[in-house]
Design a protein around this ligand. Structure first.
Ligand code: ITT
Length: 201
């Protein structure tokens, strides 16, 4: 099966390819063939103006489906910090202003969290799948804490300041396989694949 992942984020694409390969290996099947937006020659900046992760994930998938008429899915992800009332949440990509600057976004979080004892946070991903005329949503959540300082050089985005529960290292210090096995995106994507496997069986 072929599916388009409606993202411009190369890190996400790489993670999802890894998740799909690991799943197929586990099941002894062949992985879903994943295409990125570049494969479609789609370079548009897809609008993300909704007020929820669900809304943005649906908007991105709808944009690609209506433009290219292909089965596709999109992911919208937010880091939700308890002491900041759930921020940055749906604004995670542009928390420090427009422009997807992860360094500035992390700095803003670290500044706001200075001296705050409650470090609880979670990553939440919503995946919207457009399959023919149908739309389906899948969610994945991982709980953890915001560290006192940055650790690790792997991963992307907020990975170097997020330590998942049960680990003493940040996502940026874990190898990609370990991150994917416990992450918000890994959980949502496994739900999507299981749905596809059982789809109209
Ligand atoms: P697309 O919309 O093109 O998919 P994006 O980077 O804009 O790519 P999101 O809006 O979903 O993706 O991401 C929101 C922000 O959260 C963005 O700044 C990412 O760097 C960050 N982010 C997303 N997933 C993450 C993860 O697994 N680990 C750390 N940070 C992540």
């Amino acid at each position: 099966m072929r599916l388009v992942f409606a993202t411009h984020n190369a890190h996400k694409l790489n993670e999802v390819r890894n998740i799909l390969c690991a799943y197929a290996e586990e099941q002894g099947t062949s992985p879903i063939e994943l295409m990125g937006l570049e494969d479609l020659k789609c370079y548009d900046d897809i609008p993300e103006n909704e007020s929820t992760l669900e809304g943005n994930a649906r908007a991105k998938a709808d944009f690609v489906f209506s433009r290219f008429s292909v089965d596709c899915f999109a992911d919208d992800t937010g880091l939700e910090i308890e002491a900041l009332g759930g921020e940055p949440g749906v604004y995670s990509a542009r928390y420090a202003g427009e422009g997807h600057d992860s360094f500035a976004n992390r700095k803003k979080v670290m500044d706001l969290m200075q001296g705050i004892c409650n470090r609880k946070a979670r990553f939440r991903t919503v995946v919207a799948l457009r399959l023919g005329g149908e739309e389906h949503l899948f969610e994945g959540v991982v709980n953890g804490i915001i560290t006192e300082s940055e650790h690790g050089t792997g991963g992307f985005g907020y990975d170097s300041i997020f330590q998942p529960d049960g680990f003493d290292r940040t996502f940026a210090e874990l190898d990609i396989k370990t991150k994917n096995s416990i992450s918000h995106r890994g959980m949502a994507m496994r739900k999507l694949v299981e749905f596809l496997v059982n789809y109209k069986k």
